[in-house]
Write a protein that binds this ligand. Structure first.
Ligand SMILES: [Zn+2]
Length: 230
C-alpha cells in the first residue's frame, strides 16, 4: 500500500511545518497590524479605488465579499473583492491587502508576462491535478509504468502552476507598497509593517509550493522504487 504506509511521506514534513508556521504567521501579523491605523486615515476600499484612479484604471469595480482574508482580484469580471475587515478598516493591514489586490489589477492591465503565463496554464494545471493521483494509483496497482509516468507529468503541470504563482504574488506586493507610498496613503515608517503583512501572506504561497515540489519528488521516488523492485 504505497499511498498509506510509506516512508517517503517523511519527505513532506518540512513543507507541513512551514505551512503550519505560515498559517500562524499570517493570522498573527494580520491581527497585529489590523490594530494599527494608517495616518492617512483612509479605508482599504478607499485606497483601492484611489490607487486605480491614480493609475488611470476606470473599469475595475471594488466590492465587498464575505469571509476572512478572502480578498482577491477577478480578472474575468474585472472586480476587486475585499473582505469586510479590509474593505472598511483604515489599518495598515487593510491598506496592504487592498493594495496587493490592486497590484494584481495592475499586472492584468500591464499584461505582466508571468500572470499571462499563469492564466494560460490554469486549465492544464487543473486537469493535471485531478488526473495525476488516479493515473498513478492505477499505474502502480496494475504495474503499468507508462501510466505512472503520465501521472507524474500531469502532477508536474500543477507544480509548475504553483511555481509561477510565486513571482506573481511577490510582484503584486512590491507594486502594492510602491503605489501606497507614492500615492501618499502610507508614509515613512508605515511601509515596514505593511510589508510584513504582505510577506506573511506570501509565505503561505511558498509553503504550498514547497509542498507540491516535495510531493512530486515523493511520487518520483515511489515510481522509481516500484520499477527497481520488479
Ligand atoms: Zn495575490
Amino acid at each position: 500500500m504505497p499511498f498509506i504506509f510509506d516512508p517517503t511521506y517523511l519527505l513532506l514534513i518540512p513543507a507541513i511545518l512551514l505551512s503550519l508556521y505560515a498559517q500562524t504567521k499570517v493570522q498573527t501579523t494580520f491581527n497585529k497590524y489590523m490594530r494599527v491605523p494608517a495616518r492617512s486615515g483612509i479605508t482599504g476600499a478607499q485606497a483601492a479605488r484611489e490607487l486605480l484612479k491614480q493609475n488611470q484604471i476606470y473599469d475595475i469595480k471594488v466590492e465587498q465579499v464575505s469571509g476572512r482574508l478572502s480578498d482577491h482580484y477577478d480578472p474575468r469580471s474585472k472586480i476587486l473583492r475585499l473582505s469586510p475587515e479590509v474593505y472598511s478598516n483604515h489599518s495598515l493591514a487593510s491598506l496592504g491587502v487592498a493594495a496587493h489586490e490592486v497590484g494584481h489589477a495592475f499586472q492584468h492591465a500591464s499584461e505582466y508576462a508571468p500572470l499571462k503565463l499563469r492564466s494560460a496554464i490554469v486549465p492544464v494545471a487543473n486537469i493535471g491535478s485531478s488526473l495525476a493521483m488516479p493515473l498513478l494509483l492505477f499505474g502502480l496497482i496494475l504495474s503499468i509504468p507508462a501510466l505512472v509516468q503520465i501521472g507524474i507529468i500531469a502532477f508536474s503541470a500543477a507544480v509548475l502552476f504553483q511555481l509561477i504563482t510565486l513571482p506573481v504574488e511577490f510582484n503584486a506586493s512590491n507594486r502594492a507598497i510602491a503605489a501606497l507610498e507614492s500615492g501618499g496613503m502610507i508614509q515613512g515608517d508605515e511601509a515596514g509593517p505593511t510589508r510584513k503583512v504582505l510577506n506573511a501572506a506570501a509565505l503561505t504561497y511558498v509553503a504550498a509550493t514547497l509542498m507540491s515540489v516535495l510531493q512530486l519528488l515523493r511520487l518520483i521516488l515511489i515510481s522509481g522504487g516500484r520499477r527497481n523492485r520488479r
